[in-house]
Design a binder for this molecule. Structure first.
Ligand code: NAD
Ligand code: ZN
Ligand code: ZN
Length: 375
């Protein structure tokens, strides 16, 4: 079938993107789903900083690539061998397909699936195939999803079936921002009731962590960002304190208001300065969790003696250390119960044709989560 999709041909075009148009809206050929694959009618796809990092070159990927990895839609057809999904099922798409059989999958850590990571790096589906083409030239898939498009063919392992009553424009957020931000709190850090936390970087991912920290019963949630608008937004969502990261004494401010540093500090910004600040704001015996994705050539230095003499822990968190088949339905149920108000993160709805303008807004820090909505 022919599908309208947003395709990145050239990495690193200069902003503003409304003028340079790194994403071209093109008609692509989409093959039918192969064995173990699913055709999904995409209903909503969120704009995440990880898409922007491919566009601006800070996270290089093979081109041409059909972008978009945070999405939800409705199953339209299933390939051979798919017996547990059928047309009409609502699904959230997850940006690491997990094979279920490799070492990390067997150890209960599907976020680290090795064949999944390999396929994502190569721009293919889990099967190793590309189902997208432009005039017979293969087009790469983005993280097995490529959801800035009317339809997508994905691996069965990229889908989590959800409650069909959840509006799909909200469901999309569960695929990346919510899974990553809430999961960093409840799975990676396992924040306990009464602990103090700081969240550095308040985009869709960081604000999901703020909601997760509230859910987990943190006594203090210090919101940290360079933008006063983001700080105000976080306080509305339940952060108890706010510190502007641009202040030269930001780490001291966080240490002062938390009585010597927070139990758990999260870097959700994707900048080394944010990770350094999170580490500096962590208490003796505390944990620093990083989920930001800075450029692969960035380096972070720390004094190892602090890790030893203060028993500090530094942990990475990918897709919130999720088990998506377990966690997506859990987070959806918590949303329904009013305990995870992720609808507040959805600030803009846009059309596929206006996606470059959307990435300008993301670059400028305007709004939180923007979702491309398909009719
Ligand atoms: N670990 C994962 O699985 C995973 C998943 C999704 C996104 N990410 C990464 O998480 C990061 C956040 O994604 P997002 O979509 O929420 O981004 P976003 O652009 O919406 O938000 C980032 C926020 O960080 C703030 N910021 C930037 N530099 C800062 C600094 N030095 N100090 C304090 N705040 C700073 C910005 O003002 C902005 O509000 C990105 O790096 C993204 O690639 C990781
Ligand atoms: Zn993302
Ligand atoms: Zn695996």
């Amino acid at each position: 079938m022919r599908v309208k999709a947003a395709v990145l041909r050239q990495i690193g075009l200069p902003p503003p993107y409304a003028a340079s148009k790194p994403l071209e809206i093109a008609e692509l050929d989409l093959s039918s789903p192969g064995r173990g694959e699913v055709l999904v009618g995409i209903k909503a796809a969120g704009l995440c900083h990880s898409d922007l990092s491919v566009i601006d070159g800070s996270r290089p990927r093979p081109t041409p690539m059909a972008l978009g990895h945070e999405a939800a839609g409705i199953v339209e057809a299933v390939g051979e061998g798919v017996t547990d999904l059928e047309a009409g099922d609502h699904v959230v798409l997850v940006f690491v397909p997990s094979c279920g059989r490799c070492g990390p999958c067997a150890a209960g850590r599907p976020a680290l699936c090795e064949p999944g990571a390999k396929a994502n790096g190569a721009g293919t589906l889990l099967s190793g195939e590309r189902r997208l083409a432009f005039h017979a030239e293969p087009v790469n898939h983005h993280l097995g999803v490529s959801a800035f498009a009317e339809h997508a063919v994905v691996a069965r392992e990229s889908c989590v079936k959800i409650d069909p009553n959840l509006p799909l424009e909200l469901a999309a957020l569960f695929g990346c921002a919510v899974l990553t931000g809430v999961g960093a709190v409840v799975n990676t850090a396992k924040v306990e009731p009464g602990q103090s936390v700081a969240v550095v970087g308040l985009g869709g991912v960081g604000l999901s962590a703020v909601l997760g920290a509230r859910l987990a019963g943190a006594r203090q949630i210090v919101a940290v960002d360079l933008s006063d608008d983001k700080l105000a937004f976080a306080v509305k969502l339940g952060a108890t304190d706010a510190v502007n990261a641009a202040a030269p004494d930001a780490a001291d401010q966080i240490r002062r208001i938390s009585g010597g540093g927070v139990d758990v500090a999260f870097d959700m910004a994707g900048a080394v300065a944010a990770l350094e600040l999170a580490y500096a704001a962590t208490a003796r015996g505390g944990t620093t969790v990083t989920a930001g994705l800075p450029r692969p050539d960035s380096r972070f230095s720390l004094a190892p003696v602090t890790m030893v003499a203060e028993e500090r822990t530094l942990k990475g968190s990918y897709i919130g250390s999720a088990i998506p088949l377990r966690d997506v339905p859990r987070y959806v149920a918590l949303f329904r119960a009013g305990r995870l108000p992720v609808d507040k993160l959805l600030t803009h709805r846009l059309k596929l044709d206006d996606i470059n303008e959307g990435f300008d807004r993301l670059r400028e820090g305007i709004g939180v989560r923007q979702v491309v909505v398909f009719e």
